[in-house]
Design a binder for this molecule. Structure first.
Ligand code: GLU
Length: 306
């Protein structure tokens, strides 16, 4: 689906929020299930020092939100990254932590951050229209997107991978010929997997990855494809039933989406990321979220100033 206007984008945001609420039951701390996924989906308990004298001169977005509330877009159905517990409505994950760190440096305490759920396909429209002031949600920086939005970061590098049933013989993208694969509308993995060389029989587009995981569990598709960081969260929720192939075939540098021309805000975000890498918050946040799935913290990437 192509979004032609803000109203359509807003409708998608609401629709996905409803979907996430309806389907996001597994992995919540209320579940009696697998403890490892509970860990990754639990709020981190980390706090970040709020800079009460923050100012970002020459930022039109900051001027609009200063002393008020900052609206940050993220995902709600990606455990370990951007997850909203459907019962408690609490948000958790590495992306949520990164968003909270940046917000603190910009002067916003917990009570003045409004998180909204925005699916992959609505990100550019929501950022450009001012529906969100920042976006932190497994958002790959690339030149095509830079035509519409700006990016701080990167703050993490993921790679496209595959999630399959535990007994599947698929070992990498070369085994996808004639297979049915699912990914999210408006994502880089969906676009890539449609390339002729992979020869997939069907590239199914869903509103979010949790819906693809359901398709995989019920057997209507053969693989879910997106970033390994995202897929590991679903594998942890479905231990013994699903596995990540572990053969990444792209580089997905995660950026903080913001208004294209707001260079001052972009620099403030970059400075915040650098400061929280330096003071150890970045690693603590990783260990409390993505790190729960077992992988040691990688070295944080250097921010790119462009
Ligand atoms: N990182 C990829 C992207 O930005 C996939 C994850 C997502 O859809 O958020 O398209």
């Amino acid at each position: 689906m192509k979004l032609r206007n803000t109203a359509a984008a807003a409708a998608v945001v609401l629709a996905l929020a409803a979907t996430a609420t309806a389907c996001g039951k597994s992995g919540s701390p209320d579940d009696k299930g697998d403890k490892s996924s509970d860990g990754a989906s639990a709020p981190s308990g980390l706090t970040y020092k709020v800079n009460t004298s923050a100012d970002v001169k020459d930022s039109s977005v900051f001027a609009k939100v200063k002393g008020k509330t900052i609206t940050i877009g993220t995902k709600a159905d990606q455990p370990g990254l951007g997850y909203e517990n459907p019962g408690t409505k609490k948000r958790s994950g590495f992306d949520v932590e990164i968003a909270r760190m940046i917000a603190a440096d910009l002067g916003f305490d917990e009570g003045h951050i409004k998180f909204v759920t925005v699916p992959s396909e609505a990100r550019e429209t929501q950022i450009a229209s001012g529906g969100v002031d920042l976006y932190v949600g497994t958002y790959t920086i690339n030149d095509e997107r830079k035509k519409q939005v700006g990016f701080g970061g990167p703050y993490y590098i993921a790679g496209q991978d595959l999630l399959v049933k535990a007994d599947s013989s698929i070992k990498g993208p070369d085994d996808l010929k004639g297979k049915k694969v699912c990914s999210a509308t408006g994502s880089t993995p969906l676009k890539r997997i449609k390339e002729e060389k992979y020869g997939v029989a069907e590239a199914k587009a869903q509103q979010g990855y949790q819906l693809c995981v359901q398709d995989l569990v019920n057997g209507s598709i053969d693989a879910v494809t997106t970033d390994d960081s995202i897929l590991k969260g679903y594998a942890a929720e479905n231990k013994g039933a699903l596995k990540v192939v572990g053969n990444p075939f792209s580089k997905e540098p995660y950026g903080v989406g913001l208004k294209k021309d707001d260079a001052a805000l972009r620099e403030a975000v970059n400075k915040a990321l650098e400061a929280h890498v330096k003071n150890g918050d970045w690693k603590k946040a990783y260990d409390a979220t993505l790190g729960k799935s077992g992988a040691a913290a990688p070295n944080p990437p250097a921010v790119e100033r462009y």
